[in-house]
Design a protein around this ligand. Structure first.
Ligand code: FE2
Ligand code: FE2
Length: 141
């Protein structure tokens, strides 16, 4: 199966969200000496929602579809999500934003990259389970 064919609707949705969040973080850091709170606050809210979708729907759906066996990368993603969420608590500084970016870069590769958890064949039957939960995610704001 080609890489393109392995990119299903979950990939399209969550990878587009990564791109949107990256652009917001970039905009928040446009003036290097200080964080622009407009785009940063939008980034923060969007990233917490994105993490909630992965944590509460995607990873449990993948585990359920694999008969209770979590994806190989699930533990690493969970640790990254915890670290990112902790960095989103204090008032943002350029140093904190740089730290978030340092975690997010490789983290997104684990999700989107070749063999990543967003790939159709990695998720298989989880797609149906995910779709069921997807409407609940939309209601999370
Ligand atoms: Fe993630
Ligand atoms: Fe993600």
């Amino acid at each position: 199966m080609t890489v393109e064919r392995r990119r299903g609707p979950i990939f399209e949705f969550l990878a587009a969200d990564h791109a949107r969040l990256d652009a917001l973080l970039q905009a928040a850091l446009a003036r290097s000496e200080q964080i622009d709170r407009g785009p940063f606050d939008e980034f923060r809210e969007g990233l917490l929602r994105h993490i909630a979708i992965e944590k509460k729907i995607l990873l449990p759906a993948a585990r359920e579809a694999r008969g209770g066996d979590p994806l190989l990368q699930a533990r690493r993603l969970r640790i990254d999500h915890g670290a990112i969420a902790a960095l989103l608590v204090p008032t943002p500084t350029p140093e904190i934003a740089a730290e978030i970016r340092k975690i997010l870069g490789p983290h997104n590769v684990v999700e989107e990259g070749e063999g990543g958890v967003y790939m159709r064949d990695r998720l298989a039957r989880a797609i149906r389970v995910f779709r069921r939960g997807f409407h609940a995610a939309a209601a999370m704001g």
